[in-house]
Ligand binder design. Structure first.
Ligand code: VGL
Ligand code: ZN
Length: 195
């Protein structure tokens, strides 16, 4: 098993672990809540090492372009609503950097880098290596990982801490292949080592 180190220049990026993406929410990711305990394990590791933890959140205005009938999705993660809250069992540490995205009515933004200052914020902290988990594998995780690579970060995808929507069967598998092809590395908890 390949080992991957949480270096001094590493950060954990948790994508959109919000109530509306969980079973029972407005746009549920099947078994989406299963990422929560695994992410809590990663959070503990990063927090113990004093490495940054970033949590992105979909933070839509009520008339967002991605909502029917303008877009493909039911209304979800409307800023300030209960559905937009992080999963209550996600143990985000004090000092978590929260990145709100897709906040403009007429612009879709699946990536946590799109229209935000996440790249600048991470670079200012000296971060070069990202460990990315969350939902959905085939949308916001994929877009965030591909953007991270394009922006010059090393990106490790936490395969045991992501879940996809799979509107078409296989979409999450294909998304992981796309990330691999673009240069991402797939890892799981047992492969992550601390210095
Ligand atoms: C997402 C669909 C719509 C995601 C966000 O977080 O993956 N998917 N908005
Ligand atoms: Zn959305």
């Amino acid at each position: 098993m390949a080992k991957v180190a949480i270096t001094r220049r590493s950060a954990l990026v948790i994508v959109d672990v919000q109530r509306d993406f969980m079973p029972g929410g407005a746009l549920p990711v099947p078994s989406g809540d299963e990422v929560v305990p695994v992410l809590n394990s990663y959070i503990e590791l990063f927090d113990r090492l004093g490495r940054p933890v970033v949590a992105t959140r979909d933070w839509h205005p009520p008339n967002h372009i991605s909502f029917r009938p303008r877009g493909p999705w039911p209304p979800h993660c409307v800023r300030g609503t209960e559905g937009a809250e992080f999963h209550p069992d996600l143990r985000l540490p004090e000092g978590t950097i929260i990145v709100s995205k897709a906040t403009e009515p007429d612009r879709e933004a699946y990536s946590g880098f799109e229209g935000t200052d996440m790249a600048e914020g991470l670079r200012a902290l000296g971060v070069r290596r990202l460990f990315v988990g969350g939902v959905a594998t085939d949308y916001c995780v994929r877009a965030t990982v591909l953007d991270g690579l394009r922006l010059g970060f090393e990106v490790f995808v936490l395969t045991d801490a992501v879940k996809g929507v799979d509107v078409e069967p296989g979409n999450s598998e294909r998304a992981l292949e796309d990330m691999l092809k673009a240069g991402a590395v797939l890892v799981e908890l047992g492969e992550v080592v601390t210095p």
